[in-house]
Design a protein around this ligand. Structure first.
Ligand code: UDP
Ligand code: MG
Length: 311
């Protein structure tokens, strides 16, 4: 059996060597052959030379070098598209997902005869309270809004078998929310609980902006409820408007109001309805933007060079 390990790397010069060592230790102990597929996602530091060096020393190390930074999900996609394993493991390069857990995942996969073993974070060390709180909230909200049920507190760290890899490679969405897509695919899936470590070195490559973009793709690609909410908001504001109109008419007919009271209510109306309209247009815009991305059908990534892959 061949195990492919998929490791996306973006500016990870401080951790790659250690990650390689820890992965090799784990993989060499298993009675299976393995390939380590490192994806250099347009790093601007010394990541690529380190990877090239590892690839010359060890032919199990394969490298996909992107022409620029395309993002974490594209890097994982490229790895899955190019791996030959009977099973594949998706793992972060910063050692937050301990490589030793792979052994456990394999046991669960073989023992329980499942197609997917997904890592569930029991604890997350070395992460800001802001990230912990927003992540927790996000996964729970997404679950409410989506028709697919996603396992909670689960990232991309997981083991999938050839059936799932092949089905994944058929998906041609441009913006992929991989953890969601694999849950959506079905098959037999089982959890593997682990403690998420602090990053080995360097800093997170997911600043708030990227996190938000990623979360919105998860939300808008797996739920149409925001569109319905926009409609509900529209109805609510019409109802409010009608009530207000009624009040204005009554107070005009029976001369209840004073002559200069108009200002406050006018501003209130403008602010309220303006807000509702902008929000609604914003939601529509997001969906149209996503449609635009998908319709263009551009490749998700461009590979500059493949190292150690057979022709
Ligand atoms: N990553 C990537 N491209 C990017 C951002 C991140 O390939 O544009 C990789 C990164 O090198 C790491 C993984 O994705 O292996 C997860 O990123 P990170 O650890 O920075 O995210 P966090 O764990 O802080 O959420
Ligand atoms: Mg990390």
């Amino acid at each position: 059996m061949l195990i492919s390990v998929i490791i996306p790397c973006y500016n990870e010069e401080l951790v790659i060597n250690e990650t390689y060592k820890r992965l090799c230790d784990v993989m060499q102990k298993l009675p299976h052959s393995y390939e380590l597929i490192f994806i250099n996602d347009g790093s601007k530091d010394g990541t690529l030379p380190i990877l090239q060096d590892l690839a010359t020393k060890n032919s199990n190390v394969k490298v996909l070098d992107f022409s620029r930074n395309f993002g974490h999900q594209c890097a994982v996609t490229a790895g899955l598209n190019n791996c030959r394993g009977d099973v594949a493991v998706i793992i972060d390069s910063d050692l937050q997902d301990p490589p030793e857990v792979i052994v456990e995942m394999l046991e669960i996969m073989q023992h329980e005869q499942v197609n997917v073993v997904y890592g569930v974070r029991k604890k997350r060390k070395g992460e800001s309270w802001f990230k912990l709180v927003t992540a927790k909230m996000f996964y729970r909200i997404l679950n409410r809004l989506s028709d697919v049920k996603f396992p909670l507190d689960t990232g991309d760290f997981r083991m999938i078998d050839r059936k799932v890899i092949d089905q994944f490679n058929r998906l041609d969405e441009t913006n992929k929310y991989i953890r969601g897509l694999i849950a959506w695919m079905g098959f037999k899936q089982a959890p593997c609980y682990y403690e998420r470590e602090a990053r080995f070195a360097g800093e997170t490559k997911y600043p708030f902006k990227k996190m938000l973009k990623f979360a919105l793709i998860g939300l808008f690609y797996f739920s149409k409820k925001p569109l319905n909410m926009a409609t509900s908001l529209g109805f609510a504001s019409i109802a409010l408007g009608l009530l207000y109109l009624l009040w204005v008419l009554i107070s005009m007919i029976f001369s209840l109001g004073h002559t200069v009271t108009g200002w406050t209510s006018t501003i209130m109306l403008i602010v309220f309805f303006g807000g509702v309209q902008l929000l609604t247009i914003g939601v529509l815009g997001k969906y149209i933007g996503n449609l635009f991305d998908e319709v263009k059908g551009r490749p998700e990534y461009i590979i500059n060079e493949k190292i150690n892959f057979d022709k």
